[in-house]
Write a protein that binds this ligand. Sequence first.
Ligand SMILES: NC(=O)c1ccc[n+]([C@@H]2O[C@H](COP(=O)([O-])OP(=O)(O)OC[C@H]3O[C@@H](n4cnc5c(N)ncnc54)[C@H](O)[C@@H]3O)[C@@H](O)[C@H]2O)c1
Ligand SMILES: O=C(O)C(=O)C[C@@H](O)[C@H](O)[C@H](O)COP(=O)(O)O
Ligand SMILES: [Zn+2]
Length: 356
Amino acid sequence: MSDMTTVPVGQEYDVLVGPGVSSGVARVLPVGVGRVLVVHGEPLGHLAEPVATSLRAAGLDVHLAAVPDAEAAKTVTVAADLWARMGQAGFTRGDAVVAVGGGSVTDLGGWVAAAWLRGVTVVHVPTTVLGMVDAAVGGKTGINTAEGKNLVGAFHPPAAVLCDLDHVSSLPPADLAAGLAEAVKCGFIADPRILEIVESDAAGVQEPGSPALREVIERTIAVKAEVVAADLRESNLREILNYGHTLGHAVEHHERYRMRHGEAVAVGMVFAAELAHRTGHIDKALLQRHRYVLGLLGLPTTYARADFDDLLAALRRDKKTRGDTLRFVVLDGLTRPTRLEGPDEVLLREAYAALA
Ligand SMILES: NC(=O)c1ccc[n+]([C@@H]2O[C@H](COP(=O)([O-])OP(=O)(O)OC[C@H]3O[C@@H](n4cnc5c(N)ncnc54)[C@H](O)[C@@H]3O)[C@@H](O)[C@H]2O)c1
Ligand SMILES: O=C(O)C(=O)C[C@@H](O)[C@H](O)[C@H](O)COP(=O)(O)O
Ligand SMILES: [Zn+2]
């Protein structure tokens, strides 16, 4: 394919980016795969069908499985239904899952593959910007429980990630912008050029097919690939990719997932920046740059719908918490992420109040 960029994730696998790349899905499956479960979000059958056709053309036994849309896919019931289908169809360790959809579908499909027979091949075909730049890359898979976001899952890297830029054309603008929140995150923690592109061409970056959007997608994937290649299991460095997520996940849970992940992360980054400013880690200008860049994309930078006490319970269940100590990723300056351990609760309440 002529217009394709390859971003390697260490020595493990490649992320392929370009128009039409999903048609090469059969080529990235390991030799010997016989059956493939193609999992897709219920409204995305028209994107999954061509993937299934390519696989059938390569002689594979394809099983299409539609799952509930968006966050409703990430439940133990949906996962169990897929395992039942795999069991009934005789999926062995040599078979595979292909997840076609946004981050909710790649998280679900990755988890189903991670647990089936203790691990079968998964290939991701992310169809949202968020899936391309973040969810499909790096091997974090999982589902939600009643108590919170992503509480069950496993690290299970894909065999390949196919980011077909043609898929972006049908993405609703609000979902495209929500995906860019994760790109902005990578701009603040590692690659300020991403912030500069948004600041200089906020309209272009939100236009499917534009060079500005492609550059932001590729730069963000490069940041994520470098971090996860160095620390797949989040023993330390990888926590920086959780910038904005501590409060963000609590907000998503409080909103019963009616708020997009990227929107909640936008709010969470402003909260983290408020915390960093109040603890002397960043100056006012860097704090305000968060509001400015996210605002250019139409992303939320204010939030006051929850009592802080309700959010606190979810914050305590964050995976970065150790014992009773809450831990936040904050900046110590642009591209200098660090950890804030056990901040005073008064400070947390003040930072939250500043979001109103
Ligand atoms: N595993 C990770 O490292 C990781 C990283 C970031 C986010 N996530 C997870 O990803 C999820 C959010 O993913 P998301 O933002 O992609 O949302 P999503 O998967 O919920 O999709 C959002 C909406 O976009 C629609 N859609 C998807 N592709 C489309 C297309 N090409 N055209 C038209 N509509 C399309 C979907 O049907 C859905 O309604 C969250 O659950 C989050 O926790 C995981
Ligand atoms: O890949 C990572 O590591 C991240 O933290 C990326 C996040 O954008 C993503 O939302 C992730 O799913 C959050 O993970 P969790 O461990 O906090 O559930
Ligand atoms: Zn995220």
